[in-house]
Design a protein around this ligand. Structure first.
Ligand code: HEM
Length: 474
């Protein structure tokens, strides 16, 4: 076995596995035990990988046996939880047909419009920051997946989708907690209960079951398609039209889960990245100024920036890469499972092991990223090769790597560039007029999302605000 902390008889490391920010403890252990270490939780083998080099070697090069997922008490048919097999491959294919590099440009106008609505919404009402981010990101995904147009922050389907994803995120605490056979009486296994509670919640949100909510959206999407009012293209329409009216029940069922998986995979990760970006701009105002100067020089103030400006804005690309590195949305990625016994570097890795990539450590290793807690887009020297080293880690590995990567780039870029071009992101002030700079604080969930980030978007000019108002009323 690889090295690791002392294991107690029978219970192994179960009591040592941290319940709060486990990636930080794993990072400390990485300094003692190295790039790969072993934990035993009541007989469950857990292998923690702490370097991109080992992750590449195992999860990429040996992906034929490292692409499973651990069995969880919840998960049902969600793509992200499925074992590696035919159903998974079919679901991933349905996504890549719609969201590949060659098709992604079709959605740029949707992403730009949502970014502009978001910025205008926060200018008008700074306290709506989180709500605006959630609603507008949900609106991008629902339009692209279902052809469904979200009608404002109170839209019934968007609200329910956000609630279902919130419940999911609550249950999915990193670490070993939600694994099927860890008994709920074990100390620190509270999230097993949460997981069970979530399962219930997933199936009954606002008195409706999740599949029913999803079917509701799909049926609605089908109606929109039939009466010609759906926004086209969209994922459901593309898949159904490819089937030329002969979609089998199995395909429809797969499609329902694919659509749900895109929603769950894309919502919280994007929300977290945007909130982390805003936090960085509040804490590192010099970076904000430099980013704005680049936009002013390249785009000017006569028009709003577009996603097609991306190649000419290396500093903005660096700011985004640095956001993925500084506060990675999934600090422990999503665990893989090993489907066969394996040997690595003289150590035995048993079949059934949970493989946990410690993304946090890979992106905060001071030997690779000096001063890892500082937000320094300059560290990439404008090189896309250096930035790709970050995204290759932050978006997962091998055959399970994030299928929404290119889609996410458009959403994140359009929001970041639109805010910076039109507004200064400034802290709120207390009753004495003193600025409140938010701390870097987040809770322990599978998706790391900074808490209590409050700010004001102050328009950089009347002209910038008018440009937003004009495009939004269009
Ligand atoms: C900033 C945005 C995002 C980040 C950081 C992110 C990150 C990740 C990571 C780390 C994984 C796990 C990879 C692995 O197991 O090795 C993943 C999987 C996944 N992501 Fe994303 N993601 C983002 C946006 C999106 C978007 C927009 C979509 C919508 C299509 C999406 C859909 C998925 C799906 C369906 C999976 C499961 C893949 C599988 O299990 O085979 N993600 N993502």
């Amino acid at each position: 076995m690889p090295p690791g902390p002392f294991r107690w008889p029978l219970i192994g490391n179960t009591l040592q596995v941290p319940q709060v920010h486990p990636w930080l403890t794993y990072s400390r252990w990485a300094r003692v035990y190295g790039d790969i270490f072993y934990l035993d939780a009541l007989g469950q083998h857990i292998i923690v990988i702490n370097s991109a080099r080992v992750a590449r070697e195992l999860l990429d090069r040996r992906s034929s046996i490292y692409s499973g997922r651990p069995h969880l008490v919840w998960g049902d048919r969600m793509l992200i939880m499925q074992p590696y097999g035919d159903e998974l491959r079919q679901q991933r294919r349905l996504i890549s047909q719609t969201l590949s590099t060659s098709t992604i440009g079709q959605y740029y106008d949707i992403q730009e419009a949502a970014a502009r609505r978001l910025v205008l919404g926060v200018i008008d009402n700074p306290s709506s920051l989180e709500g605006q981010i959630k609603t507008n990101i949900a609106s991008i995904i629902m339009l692209v997946v279902y052809g469904y147009t979200v009608k404002g922050t109170e839209d019934m389907f968007a609200e329910r989708a956000i609630q279902v994803v919130d419940n999911l995120s609550l249950a999915a605490t990193p670490g070993i907690c939600a694994i099927k056979y860890v008994p709920s009486w074990m100390p620190g296994i509270s999230s097993l209960k949460t997981a069970k509670a979530w399962r219930k919640l997933l199936h009954t949100t606002n008195g409706m079951t999740a599949p029913c909510i999803l079917s509701g959206v799909i049926n609605h999407a089908a109606c929109l398609q039939e009466n010609g009012t759906a926004h086209l293209p969209n994922l459901c329409a593309s898949v159904l039209s490819d089937a030329e009216g002969k979609a089998t029940l199995q395909l429809e069922e797969s499609l329902k889960w694919v659509a749900f998986s895109v929603l769950t995979g894309g919502l919280d990760t994007n929300i977290s990245t945007i909130i982390s970006f805003i936090l960085a701009m509040l804490r590192f105002p010099d970076v904000q100024k430099k980013a704005q100067a680049e936009i002013d020089a390249v785009v000017g103030s006569e028009r709003l920036p577009q996603i097609s400006d991306r190649p000419s804005l290396p500093y903005i690309r660096s700011v985004i890469a640095e956001t993925y590195r500084w506060l990675p949305a999934t600090p422990l990625s999503v665990p893989h499972a090993l489907d066969e016994d394996d040997i690595y570097d003289g150590s035995f890795l048993p079949k059934g092991s949970i493989i946990m990539p410690n993304v946090w450590h890979m992106l905060h290793d001071p030997n690779i990223y000096p001063e890892p807690d500082a937000f320094k887009p300059e560290r990439y020297g404008g090189s896309d090769i250096e930035m790709k080293k970050v995204t290759d880690i932050a978006f997962g590995f091998g055959r399970r790597a994030c299928p929404g990567f290119y889609f996410a780039q458009g959403t994140i870029f359009s929001i970041v560039v639109t805010v910076l071009a039109t507004c200064d992101i400034v802290p709120i002030v207390d009753n004495h007029g003193r600025e409140i700079i938010p701390d870097v604080r987040y809770s322990t969930k599978i998706i790391l999302c900074p808490e209590d980030v409050k700010c004001t978007f102050r328009p950089r000019s009347e002209q910038a605000k008018l440009a937003l108002v004009d495009t939004c009323s269009d």
